[in-house]
Design a protein around this ligand. Structure first.
Ligand code: NAD
Length: 480
């Protein structure tokens, strides 16, 4: 049993009250680590450390901050294989995915913001011979970064890196369901020489330490990724205190396939978008709209591909579908499959719990499900399921596809599959979606703005957007 500790003031600390939560390996259903169930006392220690470290860190030159972030990136790269294994054990995701996506991206986040901050310039606005304005951007102080369990180190580092690069000190609260790689990050930061208190990682449940963190008056900004309901709860606490808030929330994303698409590419894209990471990605395309003239053959081929996905022990090299994060989450996903039946849907494949023999026989595995026969506005097609469940919906023309694709309260991401680029541009313009991919999915450039519309969030992360979020602007106007 591994005992995880908080990382506060440059040291590993046990929770003051000695309270721990079980960290369960989803593939086996067994606890394998203990996570601190931190409380307000632990949080106060982190706040004191972060406050104490702020003036020194904010005064560091940009070059020095950049150098330290690069050392953290190198530390992650050095330990990439062990981190990928830890991420796979903690979340149930296939080790191949953790190796190819999660861990390289965590290193890339630190590397990217280490460089980006050296290019982050202030603005100047001349007023002819009358005056000149210039804009200062200063770090905010102590900021909070809260992340979910589905991409643990990837998303935590996506927040921590720009916050630190901009000169803030950070209190991070990883998900209590997948805290292991955040724990390791503490050690990597110590080895990289990050000054004590600049980054503090406090573990524990959302309602206890998460809520106390976002409510704490010392916290100047909150960068949160997680569920829409949690986002609303955080906003209700943060808004009356006028804290800066960036919310990256849920999705119910459309994949729109036109008859003129490159069929192989679209099938691959729709499959990956539906089932990557067991469908546990905010960007997953769980509503697949297919032009009626190709609906039947597309359906047949997609179902065949879903059935061919290799489900099994996440630590096996050839596994493509791992375990869902918890038994409660598996039950929630299964309850949506039942709801789909009650709403008149047909289950074309999957949607049942699977037993993986051997060490994983008590794990939380679900056979990827494809449904059809549901209306676009039923609950199954409006609510976020966050699991390997996708619904096929035929459409006759562009307007119908757009109206239905836009017909949910979410607006995070969409993919459009067509050889007609005019149409690609047209649809992209009209989609209510923070991110639109045409003939691809999940292709990311870290300079681009990332985030959602409607109930998928407020604000954008990525590139200079993140550095703007983590700084306070002051305009100085000088009369000439
Ligand atoms: P969650 O909202 O339950 O938890 C996210 C984090 O918030 C965790 O660290 C949790 O402990 C903490 N938390 C929970 N309640 C809190 C409270 N009252 N106050 C403060 N903190 C609290 O989400 P989850 O189940 O971990 O993640 C799944 C959700 O995240 C899905 O809805 C998914 O779409 C979303 N997500 C969004 C993005 C994006 O970029 N938009 C990316 C990944 C995941």
């Amino acid at each position: 049993m591994i005992t995880i500790a908080n990382y506060v003031g440059g040291k590993f600390l046990a929770p003051a009250a000695g309270h721990y939560l079980d960290d369960i390996e989803p593939a086996t259903g067994r606890p394998y680590a203990l996570v601190p169930g931190s409380d307000a006392v632990d949080l106060e220690a982190a706040v004191a450390a972060a406050r104490g470290a702020f003036p020194g860190w904010a005064r560091q030159t940009v070059e020095e901050r950049s150098r330290l972030l690069l050392r953290i990136a190198e530390g992650i790269e050095r330990e990439a294989e062990a981190l990928a294994r830890a991420e796979s054990i903690d979340t149930g995701k296939p080790i191949g995915l953790a190796r190819q996506v999660d861990i390289p991206r965590a290193a890339a986040n630190f590397r990217f913001f280490a460089h980006a901050v050296t290019q982050f310039a202030s603005e100047s606005h001349g007023m002819g011979t009358a005056a000149i304005n210039y804009t200062l951007r200063d770090p905010l102080g102590v900021v909070a970064c809260l992340s979910p369990w589905n991409l643990p180190l990837y998303l935590l580092s996506w927040k921590i890196a720009p916050a630190l690069a901009a000169g803030n000190t950070v209190i991070a609260k990883p998900s209590e369901l997948a805290p292991m790689t955040a724990y390791w990050l503490g050690r990597i930061c110590i080895e990289a020489g990050l000054p004590p208190g600049v980054l503090n990682i406090v573990h524990g449940s959302g309602p206890s330490v998460g809520q106390a963190l976002v409510a704490h008056p010392a916290i100047k900004a909150i960068s949160f990724t997680g569920g829409t309901k949690t986002g609303a709860a955080i906003a209700s606490v943060a808004a009356p205190q006028f804290k800066k808030l960036s919310l990256e929330l849920g999705g119910k994303n459309p994949t729109i396939v036109f008859a003129d698409c490159d069929r192989e590419q679209a099938l691959d894209g729709a499959l990956r978008a539906a089932f990557a990471n067991q469908g546990e990605l905010c960007l997953c395309g769980s509503r697949i709209f297919v032009e009626r003239s190709i609906y039947e053959p597309f359906k047949r081929d997609l179902v065949a591909r879903a059935e061919a996905l290799r489900l099994g022990d996440p630590l096996s090299e050839d596994t493509e579908q791992g375990a869902l994060i918890t038994e409660a989450h598996l039950d929630k996903v299964l309850s949506y499959v039942q709801l789909a039946r009650e709403e008149g849907g047909r289950i074309l494949t999957g949607g049942v719990r699977v037993t993986v023999p051997g060490r994983c026989e008590a794990g939380y595995f679900l056979k990827p499900a494809i449904l059809e026969g549901l209306t676009h506005d039923c609950r199954t097609n409006r609510e976020e399921i966050f699991g390997p469940v996708a619904c096929l919906l035929p459409f006759d023309d562009e307007d119908e596809a757009l109206a239905e694709a836009n017909g949910t309260e979410f607006g995070l991401a969409a993919s459009v599959w067509t050889r007609d680029l005019q149409r690609g541009h047209r649809i992209a313009q009209r989609l209510d979606s923070g991110v639109v991919w045409v003939n691809t999915w999940l292709l990311r450039d870290l300079r681009t703005p990332f985030g959602g519309m409607k109930h998928s969030g407020v604000g954008r992360e990525g590139g200079f957007e993140a550095l703007r979020f983590f700084t306070e602007v002051k305009n100085v106007c000088i009369k000439l």
